[in-house]
Design a protein. Sequence first.
Length: 365
Amino acid sequence: MKPLMLLGTIVAFHSLSCSRSQNGAGISYVYVTNNDVSSLSIFRAGASADPLQSVQTLPTPGGGATYCEVHPSGRFLFVSAQVANAVSSYAIGPDGTLSLVSGSTVTTGANPHNLATDPAGRFLYVANTSSDSVSGFSIRSDGTLAEIAGSPFATGHVPYDVKVSGSGKYAYVTNRDSEDISIFSLDAATGKLTPVGPNPFPIGCPAPPCGPRAIEFTPDGKRAFVVNRFSSDVYVFTVDAANGTLQAGAAPRFLAGTDPRSAAVDPSGRYLYVPNTVSNDVSAYAIDSDTGALAELTGSPYAVGAVPLGVEMDTAGRRLYVANSGSNSVSVFSVDPATGRLAPVATVPTAGSAFSIALAELSGT
């Protein structure tokens, strides 16, 4: 097979600095977008006594730093800017600090929000909330971006979240106002997205509006969880590995708190965590390994700061981080691996309205 060539540059990431092992080896860095002041807060994850140690606050170009995503290699962080209608790349240093990659800022559609890379780290996708599309970019070896032929790709109405399957074969986009999911096959050579199945796929909202706002998957890729903002619930779907389509069970709906907008599954695939932006808490569930059904954990929901929007868990499944946009902070929890229950560790201030969180686990020296 010939190497993939993009604008004369071989896309290759041979020196991986990001540890994805489940043993928690290496040093974790936590990146938080501060939407109202267009900046990034960078922290080093520490012990319980000092869970997030401030490393850097970095202004971002344009306006409205919105969502962030770490490259699978741990070398780059990608940040969308909803005011500037752009996405930029940042190089991650060995100490977790960031520097803007020269020439990396590129135009997206209107009001870009969530981002996703494919598992191989060759492509980046951005959901354009106000232009009903997803922009796709090839990622060069220096972190700069080149728009994929055919991009932007049409979605349903008001897309917010985009996720690429663990297999790298499919991409999923939640369309809040058309009550559906756009499902695409992903061309491994070019990154082009092609609609598959009944597309967009209706989530089966019984009494609109439901407002699908986010989608998350179990690590094995067998289950998908769709978070509905307006109906304050989570729908559970089975993923067809043969074609990427979704199938709902007999009783797919499970209640959350008020106005949920994101979700995280722990590395074992046994627990799901959903921040609720109006009730200011996190709903925590056990996931049935046979059916995907959810059962709320004892102690759930867990109180957090005001207007929690983003949530991330480390790869060891030991810490959960929640971005509180209304109180300019991050809530840190420890996770009981035997029960999935959360215990509050600390609330750490950020430089502005904390919108989203991304984690990089860099090899220690």
